[in-house]
Design a protein around this ligand. Structure first.
Ligand SMILES: Nc1ccn([C@@H]2O[C@H](COP(=O)(O)O)[C@@H](O)[C@H]2O)c(=O)n1
Ligand SMILES: C[C@@]1(CO)OP(=O)(O)OP(=O)(O)OC[C@H]1O
Length: 159
C-alpha cells in the first residue's frame, strides 16, 4: 500500500464585507476576506494539502493569481481539481484534517456544515473529514483580528 501525507497552510486578510466563506459555507461576519478568488482560506489549505501529498505543486501553480479567469472564483473549483488529480494518479483520499485559526467568527457552530460540504466536493464520507478551530489567544495577526489562517493535513492511499 502506498500512503502519502500532505500539508497545506494559507492566510487571507480581513476586508470590508458582511460574510466569509470557509470550507464552502457562508458565515455572516462583520468583515469579508480579501483574495483573488472567494478567499476560502480553509479550502485553499485543504487543496494545497492534496497537491502536497501528490508532490504536484501548489494552488498558485495550478490557478495563478495573475490569471483573471480565477477572479472571484468559487474555491470548490480548485479543490475539485486537486481531488481529480489524485484520482487520475490512482489515489483515494484517506482523511482530511483542517484547523482554522481566528478569534472570530466562531467556527464550532458551522463545523458540521463544513464537513458536509467538503464531503460533497471530495466524495469521501464525512467521518473522514475533520474541521477544527482555535484562537491564537489574541496574539499575532489572527489575535488582532486582521485575518484568518488555516492549516490542513490529508492522507492519500493507493491500494
Ligand atoms: N474561531 C474559533 C476559535 C475557537 N473555537 C472553539 O473554541 C475552543 C477554544 O479555543 P481556544 O483558542 O481558546 O483554545 C476551540 O477548541 C474551538 O472549539 C471556535 O469554535 N472558533
Ligand atoms: C486561489 C488563488 C486563485 O487565483 O487566489 P487567492 O484567492 O488570492 O488565494 P491564495 O490562497 O492567495 O492562492 C492563490 C491563487 O491560486
Amino acid at each position: 500500500m502506498d500512503i502519502r501525507l500532505g500539508n497545506g497552510f494559507d492566510v487571507h486578510a480581513f476586508d470590508d464585507g458582511d460574510h466569509v466563506t470557509l470550507c464552502g459555507v457562508r458565515i455572516d461576519h462583520d468583515h469579508g476576506l480579501k483574495g483573488h478568488s472567494d478567499a476560502d482560506v480553509a479550502m485553499h489549505a485543504i487543496t494545497d494539502a492534496i497537491y502536497g501529498a501528490l508532490a504536484m505543486g501548489d494552488i498558485g501553480r495550478h490557478f495563478p493569481p495573475s490569471d483573471p479567469q480565477w477572479k472571484g472564483a468559487a474555491s470548490h473549483i480548485f479543490l475539485s481539481h486537486a481531488v481529480e488529480l489524485a484520482r487520475d494518479n490512482g489515489f483515494s483520499i484517506g482523511n482530511i484534517d483542517c484547523t482554522i485559526v481566528c478569534e472570530y467568527p466562531k467556527i464550532g457552530p458551522h463545523s458540521n456544515a463544513m464537513r458536509t460540504r467538503m464531503a460533497q466536493i471530495t466524495q469521501i464520507v464525512e467521518d473522514r473529514i475533520s474541521v477544527k478551530a482555535t484562537t491564537s489567544e489574541q496574539l499575532g495577526f489572527t489575535g488582532r483580528g486582521e485575518g484568518i489562517a488555516a492549516l490542513a493535513t490529508c492522507t492519500l492511499v493507493k491500494t
